[in-house]
Design a protein around this ligand. Structure first.
Ligand SMILES: [Zn+2]
Length: 323
């Protein structure tokens, strides 16, 4: 049964939970969670997740195609592979989340949130990742968490690398360049995202990928996602990486999170400003009150601007360009 049909059906009891093809075994662990294990020895264990935000459909469609191509033998499997659809109920309803944003509750953060279907799902996903990497504990571990952004972006496709104190994996960085991403963003603090969890707790080389703008099912131009699709297929089949076709990837480091401190908080941006909009040195960035104004001390870029968040929450991330 196709992953799409399985997830979108109101009753989703699986008819068949595991099976065997010529070169691999597969088993469904839960709704939207399927594990593939090659019969040959393998060096890499790879988690690919999509739909942690239910309305981010293009990456979900990419996963469906990868699943179908594996099952039909059109894509070779040379790695251990766990495919995850993060939030099946939100995917069915076409919404970002039902009760609470799942990508703000990993690494134990769910304990601070009133119990709901999503807190339960996050705990299960954490355990599935641990179980999966334990199948072949001495293999290289990777995790690609696929998203699309809510707003337009000056650099439409970009990777968010979790904050880590050890070096980033050179192969992962090379892969991201080959995926024709426009930009890499390095976090500067510990997070509660899925990719931070897999990096920190599972010791995987992890990344969150923002692959253009969220659209409803059937309205995506999958050609726009060709770079990441080719990369994921190369990773799964352990083929040579695709060649980069775009100009050099831009790199940014998070400087600070902008926190909304007052009800009169203002951000010096139009409401529909794109991700990576720029503040020139000397521009005012935020006004928390008449006395409390933050100016750009150098050229800054902004990611995920949202002045309408609740008090105390993040209204955006300020970035600095690095080389
Ligand atoms: Zn998302």
């Amino acid at each position: 049964m196709n992953m799409l049909q399985q997830v979108l059906q109101p009753t989703h009891d699986l008819l068949v939970k595991e099976g065997e093809e010529a070169n691999f075994r597969w088993s469904w662990w839960d709704e939207g969670v399927v594990c593939f294990t090659p019969k040959m020895a393998y060096d890499c264990s790879v988690v690919i997740s999509a739909g942690v935000h239910g309305n981010e459909t293009a990456p979900i469609e990419l996963l469906f195609k990868i699943y179908d191509d594996l099952m039909a033998g059109r894509l070779q499997l040379k790695v251990g592979l766990l495919l995850i659809l993060g939030n099946p109920e939100a995917i069915r309803q076409g919404v970002r989340y039902i009760n609470y944003d799942m990508n703000r509750m990993f690494s134990g953060a769910y304990q601070n949130i009133e119990a709901c279907a999503e807190t339960e799902r996050v705990q299960k996903l954490e355990q599935y990742c641990l179980d999966f990497y334990d199948i072949a504990p001495y293999t290289q571990r990777y995790h690609y968490d696929l998203h699309t952004a809510i707003r337009e972006a000056i650099f439409p496709t970009f990777a968010m690398l979790p904050y880590q104190t050890h070096a980033y994996d050179p192969l992962l960085l090379a892969q991201l360049k080959c995926a024709d991403l426009d930009a890499l963003v390095y976090h500067n603090s510990v997070g509660v995202t899925f990719s931070h969890f897999s990096m920190h707790v599972c010791h995987a080389h992890s990344v969150t990928l923002e692959l253009g703008k969220a659209k409803p099912f059937g309205h995506n131009h999958l050609a726009d996602f060709r770079g990441i699709d080719l990369l994921l297929r190369a990773v799964i089949a352990q083929d040579t990486l695709p060649l980069r076709r775009k100009e050099t990837i831009k790199q940014f480091a998070v400087q600070q999170a902008i926190i909304k401190k007052t009800a009169t908080f203002q951000l010096n941006l139009s409401p529909d400003a794109a991700n990576f909009s720029q503040f020139k040195r000397g521009d005012w960035v935020t006004k928390s009150s008449e006395q409390d104004v933050m100016y750009a001390t150098e050229n800054f870029y902004i990611l995920f601007p949202n002045p309408n968040v609740a008090l105390g929450l993040r209204a955006g991330l300020l970035l600095k360009r690095i080389e």
